[in-house]
Design a protein around this ligand. Structure first.
Ligand code: SF4
Length: 474
């Protein structure tokens, strides 16, 4: 996917933010999420303490990533799994296409994996002639619509039941219904058959336990479990940052991810995968491949300031509280990872200059940082991305404007003398405000431009001091 321009982002954001129906849909969905999330948070003895502990465990994992990855791979290989290292998205695609070719596969069943979205795996597999079906209900719906997921956790959050019903009627020939159970059953009937006939299953991973060489997948539909259990060959594609040090860490991370991500105490299905079917086991794949994806993660690891972005457990909580995400929606970002975390990591993963506009898509309110269960300093990272982009490639007029501001701010007397000119300028501005000749139209279209007050704070202070002095003077 090519980078979307800053102009395109602004155009799309403006259009979506003005779509009141869309906004209403998202706000309603998120209100329900907020209620259950708050309820589940209160089930933790000490949510803030749990956040701190999770941040420390991820810090340990990421700061010793090399040794944890080695331990993880050694355990996994000892049980017969084949581990592949992919430095780039292209390498990961080629590794997976190579496995599919070797297995003479035709049909693939896939469970939800943001890493697969990141490397555009479905496109590559379909172009190579494979039939690919998403097994997660939300992913299946957006796949039928030929769309990218709208949200990290809720891929079809932007759709109503009526729209899903119409989609199923058109693509699957089902009878119209807005009953969620009926809609689920329609998808289930199609998908059950796909699990049985698929040659290869592909999953993502929520956590990878270094201590035991196990992959943890947490989900609500049981689809990842079927994807992993039924096809003869299983491929797991995971980012290298999914590592956690110990098995016991899952006791914290699983409920934390469910709480922050979906407002649940725990998701419905929690499975561990540790290799292909072992002698005496009755199910599981005959062959198990794990593809470890770097794709610029090690570059982010080398950045001491923003390395903690690799702590992300992809819960989506920062998206849910972000006032920008809630108004412009997930597709506007034009990236795999949207919302605050997407705006932080996309410039690292895909180019700072091409994606720097995302760091401006923030009010810097800090709600994302507060919501993040692993305490990633998201809003400061957005500021750092702005600074880095500006330092690497300064924009002349921004540089000039800030120099001028700095110059004046250090010379209050000069600033005071210029204020009357500012007032006069504002009067002229009123003649064109909001029109095509308005130089500040980008601002005034959606916000008020405060009028320069008649008296400055310094004027008022001086007048007050004078009045007090006069009172004291006999
Ligand atoms: S940055 Fe934090 S809140 Fe956002 S998705 Fe990652 S873990 Fe969740």
């Amino acid at each position: 996917m090519a980078a979307i321009s800053s102009r395109q982002f602004k155009t799309d954001a403006k259009r979506v933010a003005r779509d009141l129906r869309h906004r209403g849909l998202i706000q309603t969905a998120l209100r329900k999420y907020e209620t259950s999330r708050d309820l589940q948070k209160s089930a933790f003895q000490d949510w803030q303490g749990a956040r701190q502990s999770a941040a420390e465990r991820k810090w340990e994992a990421i700061n010793h990533l090399d040794t944890h990855l080695e331990a993880f791979v050694a355990k996994l290989e000892a049980r017969g799994a084949k581990v592949h290292w992919a430095s780039t998205a292209e390498q990961a695609r080629q590794i997976i296409l190579g496995i599919l070719h070797d297995k003479a596969a035709r049909s693939i069943i896939k469970s939800k994996a943001m890493t697969a979205e990141e490397i555009h795996l479905n496109d590559a597999m379909e172009k190579a002639g494979y039939s690919v079906v998403e097994s997660d209900l939300g992913e299946y719906i957006v796949q039928l619509r030929n769309e990218a997921p709208y949200h990290i956790v809720f891929p079809a959050m932007h759709l109503t039941r009526g729209e899903i019903s119409a989609l199923f009627a058109e693509k699957l020939g089902s009878a119209p219904t807005e009953n969620p159970e009926d809609l689920t059953m329609i998808a289930r009937t199609v998908l059950r058959d796909k699990y049985i006939t698929a040659d290869v299953g592909i999953t993502g991973a929520n956590f990878a336990v270094a201590q035991t060489g196990m992959i943890s997948i947490t989900e609500n539909e049981g689809n990842a479990r079927l994807t992993a259990a039924l096809p003869k060959t299983l491929i797991t594609l995971m980012g290298i940052e999914k590592i956690i040090p110990k098995l016991s860490d899952l006791a914290l991370f699983l409920p934390m991810l469910a709480t922050a991500g979906a407002g649940q105490a725990l998701t419905g299905y929690n499975s561990m995968y540790a290799g292909p079917r072992q002698p005496g086991e009755c199910d599981g794949p005959e062959e198990y491949h794990v593809v470890l994806l770097d794709n610029s993660r090690t570059q982010l690891l080398a950045d001491p300031e923003q390395r903690d972005a690799l702590h992300c457990i992809r819960c989506g909580a920062c998206l849910n509280v972000c006032p920008i995400y809630r108004n412009v929606g997930g597709h506007t970002y034009g990236t795999t990872y949207s919302g605050p975390i997407g705006s932080v990591i996309t410039p690292h993963l895909r180019g700072l200059q091409e994606w720097k506009h995302l760091s401006q898509a923030s009010s810097l309110c800090g709600a994302c940082t507060e919501a993040c269960p692993v305490k990633i300093d998201l809003h400061h990272h957005l500021l750092q991305n702005r600074r880095n982009a500006m330092t690497a490639k300064p924009v002349w007029w921004e540089k000039l404007a800030f120099h001028a501001f700095g110059y004046l701010a250090q010379r209050p007397e000069l600033l005071r003398k210029l204020i009357p000119f500012g007032r006069f300028g504002q009067k002229l501005h009123w003649l064109v405000i909001g029109g095509p000749l308005d130089p500040a139209r980008a601002w005034t279209e959606t916000r008020d431009l405060p009028t320069l007050p008649r008296f400055t704070f310094a004027d008022l202070w001086r007048a007050k001091m004078r009045a007090e002095q006069m009172e004291k003077t006999p």
